[in-house]
Design a protein around this ligand. Structure first.
Ligand SMILES: NC(=O)c1ccc[n+]([C@@H]2O[C@H](COP(=O)([O-])OP(=O)(O)OC[C@H]3O[C@@H](n4cnc5c(N)ncnc54)[C@H](O)[C@@H]3O)[C@@H](O)[C@H]2O)c1
Length: 383
């Protein structure tokens, strides 16, 4: 049985507690400790108590008297570098939640520590571990669909004010009090999977494609330092155009779960484009045949634990290497190099209901942009 230290047991990390306690033994994993100074506020605090999982304030306190073959770091972004380095230097292989870090500099430092310590690192973009997505990846890499021509994705997920104020209030911030980069945004957090999936599928193997930012429109309606809405165009090193549109500032009835259309020479691959099957992953071949990969689940936190453990044990591949996830951080950092401040949406269009801030007409603009895979003109962008 491999010992697992979980750093961060509230928020998303609560799912790791549940998964490790419910299925850990069958995967050869035992939750042997938690490091989280606010563990008492986790929604799974009773489960932790009932199962007598030792809780520590810091990873250092855990390692003072214990070891762990595996650590999972699921904490706010500004803590990733320090904690990732700490757990690897203490002898653990690491499943690090996405994004790797808030800056390329910090992400690169984590990879350097991985190399210095000889430990293994995999990043928690769970779609890379999903069997249906991996089946598509094999077909893409095997050349079944020919050359990749273009990719576009859209997600419109309303998020309330409480979402931005959760936990230790790092959401939507640029820097932590100690100056550590955060740059948390819709594109680095909730919808990051759909931006990253394009890079990951466009690259050969699991290393992800390099991408260069072409242009973007961003805006904020919520009280964030970054942005809650973005439309961006990028291009891979091989010249494949990428388009991504996402917003949290839309109404519940305007919600659009993730959709994508990836065009290849000999097929069009779609995700979520069918109303009755919102997670259908399909390849429509030019000859008329359809390959149905099934319903591709990007929510199953559990689906990454076994492949991660197998990779750490030397028995499986690393489906989401640090180098791949670094490219997502690098693409977002380009936005910040282009501008220091993201604009607020026009006041007269911002609608406030208790707990929620949205922008009138914004969803329609994003949908139109997605249809045409182009940015709205400057005059059309309501900032
Ligand atoms: N893969 C996914 O789909 C997914 C989904 C949500 C969040 N995430 C990622 O998970 C990470 C955490 O996000 P979240 O939304 O759960 O954040 P959160 O703020 O809700 O919770 C983070 C947890 O870290 C704990 N924590 C805070 N300070 C700590 C410290 N000094 N040491 C140890 N623990 C500390 C908090 O008490 C909390 O339990 C982020 O990297 C985020 O991007 C991934």
């Amino acid at each position: 049985m491999k010992k697992v230290l979980l750093v961060g047991c509230g928020g998303y990390g609560a799912g790791y507690v549940e998964e490790l306690l419910a299925r850990g033994e069958s995967l050869g994993l035992r939750l042997s400790g938690i490091a989280d100074p606010y563990a008492g506020q986790s929604r799974v605090k009773d489960l932790i108590l009932e199962n007598r999982i030792p809780v520590f304030d810091t990873p250092e306190a855990y390692y003072a008297g214990n070891q762990a073959e595996i650590a999972i770091v699921s904490t706010p972004i500004p803590l990733h570098r320090r904690q990732a380095e700490e757990v690897m230097r203490s002898g653990s292989d690491l499943l690090l939640e996405k994004p790797v870090a808030g800056s390329v500099r910090d992400a690169e430092a984590i990879l350097r520590t991985r190399d210095e310590t000889g430990k293994k690192l995999t990043v928690g973009f769970q779609w890379c571990f999903n069997p249906e997505m991996l089946a598509l990846k094999r077909d893409v890499d095997g050349g079944r669909f020919g050359k990749l021509l273009s990719m576009k994705a859209m997600v419109l997920w309303p998020r309330d004010i409480a979402y931005f104020n959760r936990g230790t209030r790092w959401a939507g911030k640029k820097y932590a009090a100690d100056g550590t980069a955060i740059f948390d945004s819709i594109a680095s957090n909730a919808t990051a999977h759909y931006l990253f999936n394009m890079l990951w599928l466009a690259g050969k193997g699991y290393g992800a494609a390099d991408a260069r930012l072409l242009d973007f429109r961003a805006g904020r309606a919520n009280d964030v330092e970054t942005f809650d809405t973005v439309i961006l165009r990028a291009e891979t090193g091989e010249g494949v155009p990428l388009f991504f549109a996402a917003s949290h500032a839309v109404k519940a009835e305007e919600r659009q779960d993730p959709v994508f259309i990836y065009r290849f020479e000999k097929a069009t691959v779609t995700f979520g484009e069918i109303a009755e099957r919102p997670t259908a992953l399909l390849a429509h071949l030019s000859g008329g045949e359809t390959v149905d990969y099934g319903d591709s689940d990007n929510n199953g936190l559990g689906q990454k634990l076994l492949p991660a453990a197998r990779y750490f044990a030397g028995e499986g591949e690393n489906f989401c290497p640090g180098e791949a996830a670094l490219k997502h951080v690098a693409l977002l950092e380009e936005m910040w190099r282009a501008t220091g401040e993201m604009p607020f949406f026009r006041k007269e269009l911002v609608e406030r209901t208790p707990g929620m801030v949205t922008v009138r007409g914004l969803a329609a603009i994003l949908r139109r942009s997605y249809e045409e895979a182009r940015l709205p003109g400057e005059a059309e962008w309501p900032v």
